[in-house]
Design a protein around this ligand. Sequence first.
Ligand code: ADP
Ligand code: MG
Length: 615
Amino acid sequence: MSTFQDLGLNDDLLQAITDLGFTKPSEVQAKAIPILLESETDLVALAQTGTGKTAAFGFPMLQKIDIDSRTTQGLILSPTRELCLQITNEMKLYGKYCKGLNVVAVYGGSSITDQAREIKRGAQIIVATPGRMKDMISRRLVDISKIQYSVLDEADEMLNMGFKEDITDILSHTPEDKNTWLFSATMPREVATIAKKFMKNPQEITVGNKNESTSNVSHEYYLVNSRDRYSALKRLADANPDIFSVIFCRTKRDTQKVAEQLIEDGYSAGALHGDLSQNQRDLVMKSFRNQQIQMLVATDVAARGIDVDDITHVINYQLPDEIETYTHRSGRTGRAGKTGVSMVIVSKSEVRKIKSIERIINKAFEKKEIPDGMEICEVQLMSLANKIHNTEINHEIDKYLTSINELFADSTKDELIKKFFSVEFTRFYNYYQKSKNLNIAEGSFDRESGRDGGRDFGGKSDSTRYFINVGSKDGFDWMKLKDFLKEILELGRDDVFKVEVKESFSFFNTENELKEKVLAFFTDFKHEGRFVNVEESQNRGGGGRRDGKRSGGRRDDKRGGGRRDDKNGGSGNRSERRRSEGSSKPRRSGSDSNSDKSRRSDSGSRPSVARRSRR
Ligand code: ADP
Ligand code: MG
């Protein structure tokens, strides 16, 4: 195995490496560093998170730039503020013996003039997020026309986050003959496209299989009805008393709701997403790092910068839109030689995605069962027993011992143990004794939609069809309506389908999974000054539930325009009308499945356990 000396690094860097305690190069470092040092080349490097990519581009960049010059020669683009700061820090550590080195971080949410001032003092290397960098360029606060090395770090994430245009724009201000080094954990098509567009004959290195996840992570999935998702999450947490986890949701809204619900239910949880202020995010991350928070509920974007080593579980509360993102999520655990578990809670309509993920990560998932109530009680009991067994005696108690002994004079040791444990156990027991089985069998009849599969269209069974009171006279065609819905509901690219636009109203589908969210969103949504009304449709077009039992019952014709009897005719429309006469019960507004307690199987707070700090 090579050493850092063998790779050709200079003494200043080797000294810093010794200080950092790095003894031997990681695989991506061993492969990338010699290539980058020896030749002026473009490079595409694929390696998992946590494999040491920062040093793989950082050391060569530090060695190659001219530190005596104050010109900006290196530009590193990374997706988030957290990563940007992390990379800047690392670069400063790597270059601590490079006298005169100035590395400046450029990111949003912090004073642009301060950052510009730092750059003006002469920054050989700038580490930036694309948005702020573009901003700085357009305000002429930075000159990157002499860049020799540009790095696209976490390229897949930057593209996922929609930075493609910003990156294109930024790179257009850099010289043609610079070298570009692209680092990414996964290689979706967008990354390949960008590599082709910006790079000339890049050398390629791959560490492990493309997109493969770290080998010390095991992957499990749990099949439940989507209305039981939250209960399932709580059980997974209760069945793992020492859990220290990141829970991934798809949207900021869900992230916030799940975190709030967990806190309300007595868990030590926190939310991390882009709608929080920087200060709030820093606070949450601090508590998480200190392990005061056991469950961090996060969006993919916000979690990108998390480099916490002891995470025991990653829980996919919802699967990501882009299944490649799964690799990033699961890579949050199993770091630094530890083992970890990545759990996925799936509903029947998504279970097919597990197969696609298996192909990407090149590993099999294990289908597991959500533990039943009694299993959880047992786990909790034994965990408590172990804790007590390992507890050091506090001799301050000695002086009260006489009185305590008097109280228990007539109890045997057995009785005493039983009573002692009952204090905790009874709480869990009472909570879980009547709990139901949350698991559903694969290929079983789907209680959710009342149908078992469906051939309605392209595999999109288990979907709900909606009526919406906007149409072509409001300027929508099917594509515009689809984009509009995706945007306001924060949905992924395939989440809205079967969009059918009529003159004054339209129809569309989503998977049943999203129904609560869609209906809740439109309880008082205004577009261009008027209320937009969405209801579950009985129209057969989309294969939704037809008995109307759980349909959205709120209806107020005065609110919006749109006669609904237009040219649609047919049986679908008749049932549409019948239902609208108000047979169904109004649903609670402004809620989603997480807060809809009435339907939850493990409802209410869990038995209150003392909040546990793991330290
Ligand atoms: P990536 O960008 O691939 O996710 P990082 O560059 O953030 O990974 O590195 C992950 C962690 O590993 C960091 O804490 C870093 O300091 C450490 N690290 C990097 N290279 C080495 C090495 N050769 N030996 C030991 N630790 C290393
Ligand atoms: Mg990195």
